[in-house]
Design a protein around this ligand. Structure first.
Ligand code: FES
Length: 69
């Protein structure tokens, strides 16, 4: 299995991001905190955010918005 590094500054890979989300992290900052880290350059923030969105969508693919009646 190839592990893609998501955060170079803190050596957080894709598996580590998924583990943090499984443990309840729901924001990039929470993913960093789960691993005892803080953002350094912050360039990974969008990628982590995307991974969180994808994981949450896989968990509950129902639409977030409900049509108005
Ligand atoms: S790449 Fe994540 S803080 Fe720099």
């Amino acid at each position: 299995m190839v592990l893609m590094i998501i955060c170079v500054c803190n050596a957080i890979n894709c598996k580590s991001v998924r583990a943090a989300v499984e443990a309840g992290a729901d924001s990039p900052k929470a993913v960093q905190a789960h691993h005892g880290c803080k953002f350094q350059c912050g360039k990974c923030r969008p990628s982590i955010g995307e991974m969180i969105s994808e994981a949450l969508f896989e968990r509950d693919p129902s639409p977030a918005l409900v049509p108005a009646e």
